[in-house]
Design a protein around this ligand. Structure first.
Ligand code: AP5
Ligand code: ZN
Length: 216
């Protein structure tokens, strides 16, 4: 199963990816997570990516395409993959199509999670993530049992540095300008599935599951 998860910042891509992973054993490839890991490890890739992430801008296409290509060539992607947050520009989508054609694969579904802007801002600004196991919470919609402590591992919960009001606005602007055109791109190839993401996580997942079950 070769699928991509699309949607604006805070739409619930990461949250739904966790659920998909639990039902379908395919690797979850999040470019945002890959960049954040590189930033926390202080690698050259991380130092380059940080400049853009801190401003809510996209990391340049050539850098992003390079890391995804490398990841998709790993043996664990042989029987499928779930891309989250990639592609985000038409250039990235074209590069992905070309790479998949070269290795004899094809995208089967582009799942687009739709949520109104005002809800996105509330979701992103209330998000906290476990420093250790990376579990994502929301202070209002999905709070931990004990303030600032991860239910799963006891780790400390922290806000993402790009989840501040001014940067979130910029990320939404960038999404509308550069990523929104991909909806049309995938609609044309007949693999676009729009999902109403403005509901509870289980209801959203039930609809995603229906799409995946019908892929065969
Ligand atoms: P990335 O990490 O991909 O961030 P994003 O796309 O902005 O998405 P988010 O992680 O903010 O949101 P999400 O949709 O995963 O929502 P979540 O499930 O956490 O990218 C970060 C940066 O990296 C970019 O700005 C860019 O600089 C760079 N980058 C990454 N990919 C790139 C690329 N391809 N090209 C260039 N640059 C790239 O949910 C959000 C919150 O809402 C959580 O608190 C959650 O608990 C809550 N929530 C989720 N679902 C629900 C629900 N149904 N109801 C109530 N609350 C919910
Ligand atoms: Zn944890």
């Amino acid at each position: 199963m070769n699928i991509i998860l699309m949607g604006p910042p805070g739409a619930g891509k990461g949250t739904q990816a966790e659920k998909i992973k639990a039902s379908y054993p395919i690797p979850h490839i999040s470019t945002g997570d890959m960049f954040r890991e590189a930033v926390s490890n202080g690698t050259p890739l991380g130092m380059e990516a940080k400049k853009y992430m801190d401003e809510g801008k996209l990391v340049p296409d050539e850098v992003t395409i390079g890391i995804v290509k490398e990841r998709l060539m790993q043996p664990d992607c042989a029987s499928g993959f779930l891309l989250d947050g990639f592609p985000r520009t038409v250039v990235q989508a074209e590069a992905l199509d070309q790479l998949l054609a070269e290795i004899g694969k094809k995208l089967e579904a582009a799942i687009n999670i739709q949520v109104p802007d005002e809800i996105l801002i509330e979701r992103v600004t209330g998000r906290v993530t476990c420093k250790e196991c990376k579990t994502v919470y929301h202070l209002k919609f999905n709070p931990p049992a004990k303030e600032n402590v991860c239910d799963r591992c006891g780790g400390e919960l922290v806000a993402r540095s790009d989840d501040r009001g001014d940067i979130v606005k910029k990320r939404l602007e960038v999404y509308n300008e550069q990523t929104n055109p991909l909806i049309e791109y995938y609609a044309k190839t007949g693999i676009l599935y729009n999902i109403d993401g403005n509901r509870g996580t289980e209801e959203v997942f039930a609809d995603i599951k229906k799409v995946l079950e019908n892929l065969g």
